[in-house]
Ligand binder design. Structure first.
Ligand SMILES: [Zn+2]
Length: 107
């Protein structure tokens, strides 16, 4: 979860994209294959497109998940207890931020 790599992307979207690309947020960038980075890029684009479509101009409100918009219905890991595969999620601190991930889906 290196913000230099995913510059300016909201923490929620970064966590979601990492889940969908099956990348453990504790991985260092140099440990991740080119194929997985390409996948991460694709997933991030899809998530951002969906988020914009679901919320339009109030995307920033997702920082608080205050109920505006309905993108939160599509979240896989952020502030969840189980991943979509029903595994228990872990919450860790990465780069000073609370980060949700699935130890079984994300390696
Ligand atoms: Zn899982």
């Amino acid at each position: 979860m290196d913000q230099r790599i995913i510059a300016g992307i909201g923490n929620i979207y970064a966590q979601e994209a990492l889940y969908h690309a099956k990348i453990n947020p504790q991985r260092k960038i140099q440990e991740i294959s080119k194929e997985k980075l390409a996948l991460l890029h694709t997933k991030l684009q899809k998530i951002l497109t969906l988020a914009i479509r679901k919320n339009g101009t109030t995307v920033s409100n997702y920082n608080h998940l205050d109920g505006k918009g309905d993108f939160q219905d599509f979240l896989a890991v952020y502030q969840k207890v189980f991943c979509p595969q029903k595994h228990s999620l872990k919450r860790i601190i990465v780069g000073g931020r609370g980060t949700y991930y699935c130890p079984r889906c994300q390696r």
